[in-house]
Design a protein around this ligand. Structure first.
Ligand SMILES: CC(C)(COP(=O)(O)OP(=O)(O)OC[C@H]1O[C@@H](n2cnc3c(N)ncnc32)[C@H](O)[C@@H]1OP(=O)(O)O)[C@@H](O)C(=O)NCCC(=O)NCCS
Length: 163
């Protein structure tokens, strides 16, 4: 199963992605505004997460994709749609940030997903992620209190929806 355009392919996360996931999420700036990320992030954390991804695909409860380069297949990041809540999360590897990868991946995922509304939340200071959401057509709805705190202790998130 894959979703693609001229530049990117979204395909299910697989065991071969573990090293790239470990490398990307070891970057403290990349994991800074992500909830539920162990710090420091180890290769074992990545392998555990990949196994969980394979399980949720089998269960059809959530859909975690690798974002890969359409030309060479390089791992660029990850994007996940949670089946029950319609919530989306994403991250892009440090070396691939700032060239439209997240925006393109989010548009692709929203085009594939049939459920609405789709939702995502961001740390109030995560302006790059908020721009990505807005460029993909999401609207800022308000704020919500997360179950967990961000690394800096913040617990309020900005909520975005695609109606
Ligand atoms: C947020 C993130 C996914 C963006 O990925 P990306 O592929 O670099 O995003 P894009 O290139 O598609 O777009 C980024 C937008 O944010 C803007 N931006 C980037 N850094 C910014 C900053 N510090 N302040 C303001 N805007 C910023 C870019 O200019 C661009 O907007 P523009 O097209 O209007 O110029 C990526 O930075 C990332 O993985 N961050 C760490 C994980 C994370 O925060 N995930 C989201 C959790 S909600």
């Amino acid at each position: 199963m894959e979703i693609r355009d001229d530049e990117l392919v979204l395909r299910p996360i697989e065991a071969r992605d573990a090293d790239a996931i470990a490398a990307g999420l070891a970057d403290p700036e990349t994991s800074r505004y992500m909830l539920q990320i162990p710090t420091p992030y180890t290769p074992e954390d990545a392998r555990t997460w990949v196994a969980r991804c394979e399980q949720v695909w089998r269960d059809e409860t959530s859909y975690p994709f690798a974002i890969v380069d359409a030309a060479g297949g390089a791992f660029l990041g990850s994007i996940e749609l949670s089946g029950d809540s319609g919530s989306i999360g994403y991250w892009v590897a440090p070396e691939a940030q700032g060239r439209g990868v997240a925006t393109r991946a989010l548009r692709l995922l929203c085009g594939w997903a049939s459920q609405r509304p789709l939702r995502l939340t961001t740390h109030p200071d995560n302006v790059a992620s908020q721009r990505v959401a807005e460029k993909a057509g999401f609207r800022r709805i308000g704020t919500i209190t997360e179950e967990q705190r961000f690394r800096d202790g913040e617990r309020e998130s900005i909520l975005f929806e695609l109606p």
